[in-house]
Design a protein around this ligand. Structure first.
Ligand code: SF4
Length: 64
């Protein structure tokens, strides 16, 4: 799995980072950056949770 955040949609609310700080970070940008590419298998479930919780539907999963 690969994932990206649409920076035009992202509000910077931090929900994704709160759920999966290993995967998403707001430390350097006003939008969420993806730290891991590809996503290790152990984080796939929490990434799917972040996709569901994101209020802007800004997290896009690219299945491989
Ligand atoms: S949950 Fe969505 S809107 Fe909020 S910081 Fe993450 S990607 Fe951005």
């Amino acid at each position: 799995m690969r994932v990206r955040v649409d920076e035009d949609l992202c509000l910077g609310c931090g929900i994704c980072e709160g759920l999966a700080p290993e995967v998403f970070s707001l430390a350097n940008e006003p939008f969420a950056e993806v730290l891991l590419d590809p996503i290790p298998e152990e984080y796939e479930e929490v990434v799917r949770e972040a996709v569901e919780e994101c209020p802007e539907e800004a997290i896009i999963i690219i299945e491989e």
